[in-house]
Write a protein that binds this ligand. Sequence first.
Ligand code: PA5
Length: 445
Amino acid sequence: MISLNIEKTFGFISKESVFGYEAQVKAAQEALENGTGKGNDFLGWLHLPSSITAEHLADLKATAQVLRDNCEVVVVAGIGGSYLGTRAVVEALSNSFTWLQKEKTAPTIIYAGHNIGEDYLYELTTFLKDKKFGVLNISKSGTTTETALAFRLLKKQCEEQRGKEMARKVIVAITDAKKGAARVTADKEGYKSFIIPDNVGGRFSVLTPVGLLPIAVAGFDIEQLVAGAADMEKACGKDVPFAQNQAAIYAATRNELYKSGKKIEILVNYNPKLHYVSEWWKQLYGESEGKDNKGIFPAAVDFSTDLHSMGQWIQEGERIIFETVISVEKVNHTLEVPADEANLDGLNFLAGKRVDEVNKMAELGTQLAHVDGGVPNIRLVVPELNEYNIGQLLYFFEIACGISGYILDVNPFNQPGVEAYKKNMFALLDKPGYEEDSKAIRARL
Ligand code: PA5
């Protein structure tokens, strides 16, 4: 199991103050369980891991196999919660260089619909020109501009390149059961489709087909992913006492740190494969807690890389931060530092040591330096990177987020703030129905 250690926060907050949250955590857990809290129509994720059936997984795997049999490349078209979970899991589990290798055991997964970069889309469509590609069109609302725009380009190209019949086979929609353009198109074109449940918001949807299908296409074991999440669901259930409930302790600790003036939480990894786990986590916590003029700002760094950029700020900048480190206990490969007769770089003192030992000492040294510099440190130990442990990690952060949001007294399941930019963008683009807004916004330019 993954394990949490908050001891290096105790110079800043006390153990008693963390345990003082027990009643608030209990209330939050009951509100989640009984559906009596804010945003209670979006609690479908709560018992999702334990309710996923073998039939559902088999259906996902069968569809994944069709894509695996017919595609060299699969484009995941989605934004926010409709792509970050996939990318987090796929990148955590993939060989860092697979996409550059000629011999492949699974389609290469690439991403679109998460930006409006003309150069990005031009380069993507050019790259796909001689490729047998498929598309997963992922959008809960089915109307998100970034995703719809990319899908429009990809659908046309796929049909032209691969023919209508093959396109129908290798384009799959993951969207609402009834509403939205993605649903209408899927039904009209006869695409295989999967439903995103109404009661699961985008950022909590990685264990729905939103994440499970592309992760299966990439060749990873979705049964193990779900099993890990289901075990964490049990381990962090509402009847597990506070002292043993790691999600409860994490939620309480970060709220106490926030109360003590630590306004920014930096998620830290020492394994570059975890970069997108941090991106997923930033959306989960940022969209869930950043509202009503409150909420911890979720930031992330990759160490030791960013010790050479952000390390200075973290060590000596304004003391409003704390760190949560995801530490991977055992790496998947072995590589020793070689001896070198000339020793021009002076590194012979490391000869024969594992590279991971050097990394672990960087981690330990940084933890102590940052604590000395006034940065409380929470540590989450993941035994190794595999589907089961990543499943645990995903659910751990989800349930802790639900609890933490309720402690903060916000609705962790809405995101009203993301509409403001869309309204202005549509007004500036003269979208039908936005005539009055267009006039008003132009008057301000
Ligand atoms: O968490 C959320 O609900 C959002 O960030 C969405 O994930 C994001 O906006 C994508 O929305 P959709 O899946 O409707 O295209």
